[in-house]
Design a protein around this ligand. Structure first.
Ligand code: 3DU
Length: 212
């Protein structure tokens, strides 16, 4: 049984609020990222907070420890409940992100293996497994692992155990189905298949039911 997270990669406040409002009652969290925040500013978090579900900032943080901490301050200061970071900058950068998240009462998720085909160049295989071990050692709350490669997500689950969460992108537009991964993960992340749908609420409802 997995939660449903909407990847709200639309541009502008009006469209973001339209989709989020349409999906009221069907979502467990909203994931925002660069497309939306660069078009609206972080103030969008306050507008989306009216939906009363957690907002997770997918900024795939990848910098030196001090910069990572500063990014976390802004994200949590704006009202986000969680942040998504990369791990490939190393254990000190990752620790800075995890610690700053926890200092602000938030959660930190770590990208381990990505869902697109190009992930096979670097962000997969042994590298992903090392980053999963690093995420666990850093005390991260969870990892991001691909619905498009469920067998890899299953492997990463064995590394992190059951005390950490897995959120899984790749369902819908990237070709994966909720049924492919729901037994390995705590949440599926769906973007285009919901926000581009003629009826986003109906689309979200169907994904939510299928993820259960
Ligand atoms: O393909 P969709 O439209 O359902 O969007 C997927 C979202 O998840 C999108 O925000 C993307 O940036 C994010 N994501 C991945 O797709 C793959 C990853 O490995 C990590 C995040």
């Amino acid at each position: 049984m997995a939660d449903l997270l909407l990847a709200l990669d639309v541009k502008g406040k009006a469209e973001a609020v339209r989709v989020a409002t349409a999906c009221t009652g069907e979502l467990d969290a909203i994931k925002i990222g660069y497309p939306l925040v660069l078009s609206t500013g972080l103030e969008i978090v306050k507008d989306l907070a009216k939906s009363e579900i957690p907002i997770i900032a997918d900024f795939k943080v990848a910098d030196i420890p001090n910069t990572n901490s500063l990014i976390c301050e802004e994200v949590f200061g704006a009202g986000c409940a969680g942040i998504i970071t990369h791990a490939f900058c190393g254990s000190d950068s990752l620790a800075a992100c995890v610690d700053a998240s926890h200092d602000h009462g938030g959660v930190c998720f770590v990208v381990c293996e990505m869902s697109h085909p190009g992930a096979l160049d670097f962000l997969s295989g042994e590298n992903a497994e090392r980053m999963a071990r690093m995420a666990k050692a850093a005390g991260a709350d969870g990892i991001i692992a691909p619905a498009t490669r469920p067998e890899r997500t299953a492997t990463l689950r064995t590394i992190i155990g059951s005390s950490m969460k897995i959120y899984s992108p790749g369902v819908g537009a990237q070709g994966a189905q909720p049924e492919d991964v729901k037994k390995y993960v705590d949440g599926i992340i769906v973007g285009r298949a919901i926000y581009e749908a003629a009826d986003p609420k109906a689309a979200a409802h169907e994904f939510r039911v299928r993820a259960r």
